[in-house]
Ligand binder design. Structure first.
Ligand SMILES: [Zn+2]
Length: 358
């Protein structure tokens, strides 16, 4: 299983400056390359490389491999959109690979900067049990709130898969962050309170607008994010533990589908974005895979409108946020539990021992 982790760097003052200069130079080079690509209408990696390589090396004094990565970054960007010239932010990501970045131990990297290789201390928190030998491919160096991080892709060995007897459906939402088909509800109440508190505080600080207010604002946005992350971790841990104890697989709604198929209004959608379903879904997948528990993604269409008893789909089935009452068979249930039951039964057909009805 490939997993992206965020690794925090602890450079000394000199190294910090050096990384920052490298980042700025790298992105200047990207802008220069982008201009060459655009004016020559040349967007392929190899073609840009031929056009720009020597010029970039001369002009920006970057190592050969860094030029290769800069060209790669520009080419990747034009792959998505060729209708306008692309610009790169001063502190945009620097792309590293094994030739210019090595993991020396569990707490040290060797990374190429303009001034040569630097050994920098790292910490990767909750993922520290992972073996850095399993780092795959490229890593992005990013800079956020004056801190450097590496986004690293690691190949995590999957545990021996269980032979699931049954499935837990998990519905993710705002009012209830997660509801399982066992009827377990992880309420979002506490999170909503915290979010409200922070959002009031933020509004106040924004209206003040001084430098110290801005600093404070940054700090609390970090706190809010960490709080939410902790909650998602706890929920994922608990659900995966239940699945393990009861020898069942997990079914969730297809994560991509949640955003695009959502019919909720804009305010709710903003809240949903803030709540990052993807984070919970990703934690679930990650923890489950490590435990050998399969996670199935099911079609999210109508999971909240379909009756989990008779299969009747109707907008009117959903009486309110929390109430489900089937207009066909009269089945009444908490709406989130009904949805998680639907998710569970959609997942059942993906099981190795699926029922004949699938
Ligand atoms: Zn029904």
């Amino acid at each position: 299983m490939l997993l992206t982790m965020k690794v925090k760097l602890y450079p000394d003052q000199y190294q910090h400056r050096s990384l920052l200069e490298t980042m700025e130079r790298f992105n200047e080079a990207c802008n220069y390359i982008s201009n060459i690509a655009w004016t020559n209408h040349t967007f392929g990696k190899v073609a840009i490389h031929k056009l720009a390589y020597y010029e970039i090396r001369d002009k920006f004094n970057l190592s050969s491999q860094m030029v290769v990565r800069a060209v790669g970054k520009v080419a990747e960007s034009y792959k998505i959109d060729k209708t306008c010239q692309h610009g790169f932010k001063k502190h945009g990501a620097v792309v590293y690979d094994q030739r210019i970045l090595t993991f020396k131990s569990t707490d040290e990297i060797s990374i190429l900067t303009l001034g040569g290789r630097e050994r920098i201390t790292i910490k990767y928190g909750e993922y520290r049990q992972l073996n850095m030998q399993r780092v795959r491919g490229q890593a992005d160096l990013i800079y956020h709130n004056n801190i450097f991080y590496l986004m690293v892709v690691v190949d995590v060995p999957d545990a021996d898969p269980i032979d699931p007897q049954g499935i837990i459906g998990v519905d993710m939402g705002i009012v209830n962050i997660a509801t399982t088909s066992d009827g377990e509800v992880f309420s979002g109440k506490k999170c909503t309170e915290v979010r409200q508190r922070y959002s009031n505080l933020k509004a106040k600080l924004q209206s003040v607008g001084t430098r110290s207010a801005k600093r404070h604002l940054k700090k609390i946005s970090g706190k809010e994010r960490r709080f939410k992350k902790d909650i998602n971790h706890c929920i994922a841990k608990s659900i995966v533990q239940t699945a393990k104890d009861t020898n069942r697989a997990i079914a969730i709604e297809n994560l991509k589908g949640i955003r695009t198929n959502s019919t909720v209004n804009k305010t709710v959608r903003t809240a949903m974005g803030k709540w990052a379903f993807n984070e919970l879904g990703n934690f679930l997948k990650y923890k489950a895979t490590l435990a050998g528990i399969p996670v199935f993604e099911v079609d999210p269409k109508n999971t909240s409108r379909e009756c989990s008893m008779c299969g009747h789909i109707d907008k009117k089935n959903r009486k309110s946020q929390s109430e489900f009452l089937c207009v066909n068979c009269g089945h009444a249930e908490n709406a989130d539990i009904n949805a998680s039951n639907n998710i569970s039964s959609r997942g059942i057909c993906q099981l190795p021992h699926r029922p004949l009805s699938c």
